[in-house]
Design a protein around this ligand. Structure first.
Ligand SMILES: [Fe+2]
Ligand SMILES: [Fe+2]
Length: 264
């Protein structure tokens, strides 16, 4: 059995600190074959600095996925090129985009877990190829002989994520949604064995609007002015998913949702 922990979008320094505290505790009690976190908001709430990626690795994260904010910090471009095995960006960005969108993570048992990052096209200002056709080709060609496949589908629309879940049922071990920072309560295993949740949520400040200082966001809506977001402080939340997979078939055996508060 393969056990995977996935953590939703880590928001800013408070989010990184919360992940460090959470992993220190949980990794002392449970063994995971693979810990994955979405890091697209890990630096200042927008983007990922190489130093923040290194900090997440040091906390126990093995692989970092991302999303539309991966390009916000320019230093990440070189890092993406140099650290392909540990950090990925959405696979369906146009050909030639820096970095990679899929990685084969080798477990100590020498089994591969393939981690794929995809980005949606509905309600997202991004230029990307069709995620359905992109992953179809990837699964049929490069990953045709792989059975343990985890997908982080970074998308806004619940329908696009759910449609992808059904499209990939039985073809990947797990498909989890990210990007909205709001956790959905629909975790399940689809009929052909794919673990699914529409959105994992975020690791960051609970008293916030998707990680940002609530007062500033409210003022933006009231005034229409593009005020600068600040990452909120205070009590932290950890949102994630724990999955177990059958190592022979790659099918999901269980999916459990994590939504916990970290005391200050
Ligand atoms: Fe995000
Ligand atoms: Fe995002």
């Amino acid at each position: 059995m393969i056990k995977i922990l996935f953590l939703g979008d880590v928001v800013g320094r408070p989010g990184r600190q919360a992940v460090r505290r959470y992993l220190a505790e949980v990794l002392s009690e449970q063994n995971f074959d693979l810990v994955i976190a979405n890091g697209e908001n890990a630096s200042g709430g927008l983007g990922l600095e190489p130093t923040s990626a290194t900090e997440l690795y040091a906390s126990g994260v093995n692989v970092i996925t991302s999303g539309n904010h991966i390009w916000n910090k320019k230093d990440i471009i070189d890092f993406l090129e140099q650290n392909k095995p540990r950090l990925i960006r959405p696979y369906n960005y146009p050909v030639g985009a820096p970095g990679a969108g899929v990685l084969k993570y080798k477990l100590p048992s020498r089994l591969n877990v393939c981690v794929i990052n995809l980005i949606g096209r509905v309600f997202l200002e991004t230029i990307a190829d069709c995620p359905f056709r992109a992953i179809d080709k990837l699964l049929n060609e490069e990953l045709a002989n792989e059975s343990l496949i985890f997908v982080d589908f970074h998308a806004e629309a619940t329908s696009e994520k759910m449609a992808m879940g059904w499209y990939l049922d039985g073809r990947v071990s797990a498909l989890v949604g990210t990007h909205t920072h709001v956790q959905t309560a629909d975790e399940r295993i689809f009929p052909k064995g794919t673990a699914y949740i529409t959105d994992v949520g975020m690791c960051g400040p609970r008293n916030s609007v998707i990680g940002a200082e609530a007062g500033v966001v409210v003022e933006r809506f009231l005034s229409g002015r593009p005020l600068r977001y600040e990452v909120a402080r205070g009590e932290m939340q950890i949102n994630g998913i724990i999955m177990s997979l059958d190592e022979e078939s790659g099918k999901a055996l269980s999916i459990e949702r994590i939504n916990s508060n970290l005391p200050l």
